[in-house]
Design a protein around this ligand. Structure first.
Ligand SMILES: Cc1cc2nc3c(=O)[nH]c(=O)nc-3n(C[C@H](O)[C@H](O)[C@H](O)COP(=O)(O)OP(=O)(O)OC[C@H]3O[C@@H](n4cnc5c(N)ncnc54)[C@H](O)[C@@H]3O)c2cc1C
Length: 508
């Protein structure tokens, strides 16, 4: 039924004005109770006064709990994250939301003194050289002395200082992370550093990962400064000068009882009657005659709504929109996702022969190990393990190791233990282990992603009371998901505002 709204097209808002009884409450449905949907629902409540109408909000979540991939589990004094363990302070939207929710006293950040991480090189953990930022060095001596790169590899990296900038054929020209790093810094920089560091964040294949959608700053740096190393060095100097009084928070922020505290705070803000758990939406339809949306539920009677925000993985939104806008559904489906699992292992400190001061390590794919990375959770944030205990959290799966995601829990734990034995010398069994799987949860921003998102946004303009949030579009991290959820809420309110009596007068 490409029909309904497609035919109405730009007339959608006007149609709503004509059909909505102006005295009734405006019904807004948010589908998906992950951080994106919660942020959208919260923003709707924060700004509903704009509408001069009562708002009836419904948050529909398929599972039996809110939070989506955000999931903290407490056991025997350990605070374990099954999903994200932090968010970055550089992007302000998560921090701002925490402040508005009164969570400022609960924020914790990583200790700057231990802000060190490791990388596996030929079966050993090596410190990431001081001043190395994701792909390029900003300090000479640590770079010269690191055993991570060979001498020819180091020389090749320094060629970046002399290489010309790439001439762009168009302003939107995209490139894969792999191509960019190989071109500027060489193959070793890609295989031994950029792949595990950046590819790891997205659990993505760097040969496919869009640089413009994930690390646009690198492209800008090349265009502006020509050399990436020079650009980063200049940026570091600026940062050092501006931070002479000390930054308020470190780069990574979390909450004292884990990330689920944010979910709980959002839940408290929403009226209990607005939250509908175990409510899976199976299709979304537009009723041209009634001028509203119809949400079919897997277990329950259909619901009506004047505006809808789908806060889901792109392919899940595609499933709901299939019968309504095939083109939009096809575009959404072309955004791929990868599955990933976390494995938390709890230990007594006396069973750890070698305590490393740092936040954890990443594993380059060329090392051929079946884990992607491991966080030393007890070192990264305070309160993650009881005194004299340690908590490790490993990642498995992703685009480059999809097979590892299919192992059963026992096999996953065995693999992580084997890696901890080989890399950290831990022979003893953990006190307990906890595996959490996230099926098709990590959006993969492939080359050309931003053009695809632009097409989706253009298509979506036809449906002013429908918005798409989630991590498939403009950022995968918690702050980006919050920003998009809030923006979607804002756009829905704007569309509905135009249908209010005041709005109608303005339009007339
Ligand atoms: C293991 C892991 C670690 C991560 N670590 C970090 C990190 O440290 N920092 C960071 O910033 N980001 C991190 N991320 C990324 C970030 O956590 C996610 O991108 C973000 O939480 C996604 O939130 P979301 O609400 O868009 O989606 P989800 O959390 O996937 O929520 C979607 C919700 O929709 C529900 N749903 C699905 N279909 C339907 C339907 N038909 N009807 C109703 N409900 C439905 C689902 O049950 C789910 O609850 C991590 C992600 C993963 C998987």
């Amino acid at each position: 039924m490409q029909t309904g709204l497609e035919k109405i097209s730009g007339l959608h808002t006007r149609h709503l004005m004509n059909t909505l009884p102006q005295s009734s409450a405006l019904r807004i449905a948010v589908v998906g109770g992950g951080i994106s949907g919660l942020a959208a629902a919260n923003r709707i409540l924060e700004e509903r006064a704009r509408l001069n109408r009562t708002v009836e909000l419904k948050l529909l979540e398929a599972s039996s709990r809110l939070g989506g991939v955000v999931h903290t589990i407490e056991r025997d004094g350990f605070v374990m994250e099954g999903g994200p363990d932090s968010f970055i302070s550089e992007k302000p939207w998560a921090l701002s939301l925490c402040r508005r929710l009164g969570l400022e006293p609960n924020l914790i950040s990583t200790g700057e003194s231990q802000r060190r991480s490791f990388i596996v090189r030929q079966g050993k953990l090596q410190s990431v050289p001081d001043g190395f930022y994701l792909v390029a060095p900003t300090r000479i001596w640590p770079m010269i002395t690191t055993p991570i790169f060979s001498w020819p590899g180091k020389l090749r990296m320094s060629a970046d200082l002399f290489l010309p900038r790439r001439k762009l054929q168009s302003a939107n020209e995209d490139e894969s992370l792999a191509s960019f790093v190989r071109r500027r810094l060489g193959r070793e920089a890609l295989e031994r550093m950029a792949q595990p560091m950046i590819g790891g964040i997205y659990t993505a294949d760097p040969e496919e990962l869009s640089l413009r959608a994930t690390m646009p700053r690198f492209l800008e740096m090349e265009q502006e400064h020509r050399s990436l190393i020079l650009a980063m060095w200049r940026q570091r100097q600026k940062m050092l000068q501006s931070q002479s009084s000390g930054p308020r928070y470190g780069l990574f922020i979390s909450l004292d009882q884990g990330m689920s505290r944010l979910v709980q705070a959002l839940r408290k803000k929403l009226p209990a009657s607005s939250i509908h758990l175990s409510s899976q939406v199976s299709a979304l339809r537009w009723s041209p005659s009634a001028g509203h949306w119809i949400l079919d539920l897997r277990n329950g009677a259909p619901l009506q709504a004047d505006a809808v925000c789908l806060a889901l993985a792109a392919f899940q939104s595609a499933n709901l929109l299939e019968g309504f806008d095939t083109q939009l559904a096809t575009e959404l489906r072309s955004i791929r996702y990868a599955s990933t699992a976390t494995v938390n292992l709890a230990y007594s400190l006396e069973d750890i022969p070698r305590v490393l001061e740092g936040f954890g390590f990443v594993v380059p794919a060329i090392e051929k190990r079946e884990i992607l990375a491991c966080t030393f959770s007890h070192m990264k944030f305070p309160g993650r393990a009881p005194q004299n205990h340690a908590l490790f959290r490993a990642f498995m799966g992703g685009s480059l190791q999809p097979r590892a995601f299919d192992y059963d829990e026992g096999e996953m734990i065995r693999i992580v233990r084997q890696n901890l034995r080989e890399l950290l010398g831990i022979e003893k069994a953990p006190l307990f282990a906890l595996v959490e799987r996230h099926v098709q949860a990590m959006a993969q921003y492939r080359v050309g992603h931003l053009d695809l998102v632009a097409d989706i946004e253009a298509n979506l303009k036809k449906h002013s009371t429908l918005q798409l949030a989630g991590n498939g579009f403009t950022g995968i991290g918690i702050p980006d998901c919050i920003r998009r959820g809030e923006e979607c809420a804002g756009r829905l309110l704007e569309a509905l505002e135009a249908t209010s009596p005041q709005g109608s007068r303005r339009l007339a």
